[in-house]
Ligand binder design. Sequence first.
Ligand code: SAH
Length: 401
Amino acid sequence: MSSGEGSLPLTLRVTGRKVVVVGGGHVATRRTLSLLDAGAQVVVISPSISDSLASSIGRGDVAWIQRTYESGDLDGAWLVQTATADPEVDGRVADDAEAHQIWCLKGGAHDHATAWSPAVARVADVTVAVSGGGDAGRAAALRDGVAAALQSGDLPLRHRTHHPDGFVALVGGGPGDPGLLTTRGRRLLAEADVVVIDRLAPHSVLAELPPDVEVIDVGKMPDHHPIPQDEINAILIDRAKQGKIVVRLKGGDPYVFGRGGEELIACREAGIPVEVVPGVTSAIAVAAAAGIPVTHRGVSRGFSVVTGHESLADVPHNRAHTLVMLMGVKRLAETAAELIAAGHDPETPSALIESGCTEDQRVTVGTLATIADRAEAVGARPPAITVIGDVVALSPGWPPA
Ligand code: SAH
């Protein structure tokens, strides 16, 4: 018989309980390590053992009786695993276990086994256990498939009953393409009770959420003013205090001009557990989407990410140091003039990339002296980044028409 009909799936609490492992080969080793992970008191009975068992024994985690199995070895055990590769010994262990009403896991032929180990994976607070069909390889493949789907957020991980502790995840949503959201971000979205989303975060992922997930769009207000930061902080804290899992879905990376640091501090001060999931920042990804590497051997050895709203007198003024400017499309002419006045070469290749990594992406190239006029000529609009430096000449859009 194999696990299936006439079997009852169970999870055992083995912590501190004696479990006997008969055998010292690789099956016995794997089982011993899993049992140790689960906190069992393991006694290995075998004339010889594998190297990794030997090191567990060396550390004092496992007791080793160095001989073949004898009746009486199961005294006081709650569970026995036999995997000696000798059917006669395994059979004797199983018979003794049966006589003493001890559950018996068996390597090799499963006849006389009274227990089976499923293929196991743990994702978040979920244990995936797959058994059946007597095909361990298939069970392991299925386990991996379910685990991967859980990791990626493709399966509904949301709690259906009350979960006691709310928390906030500050998730970087990437520059707009949902494919650039991390697997961890997706999984947290699949768990979320509340999603607080920015204007530039990937809104298309909202369509995948169950209808009862509360979505708060803090980038969109009737009067076009975004919700003030302290109000956003208050929303995050309020929902988490209600015991909800809150995903704060932000554009790009939470910490790159994203005010993620302020949200983190606010949550911490309120005693709310908070996790930060990095995101793909537009500063690098949008440049890449236009064919511009922010550094390139022999062309650029570094880059600065700045906003178009700050004074740019202090950034390095050489064409081999890439400047990536976020925001500030409207001020582009002033910014370019400031850079030139501060010593930047007016001939430095420059690109403005609007709505990068989306279907609407548009790239406009020019020099530092001409980029603002060119941007105005095409009616450039935010969101956009400006890249200034010799690396821009690597873009397929270079040279300017
Ligand atoms: N935390 C974000 C940046 C927030 S500031 C990140 O790491 O990407 C907002 C600015 O980011 C926009 O004004 C624009 O300059 C830039 N930006 C974000 N998404 C963009 C996109 N898809 N295309 C071009 N620029 C983008």
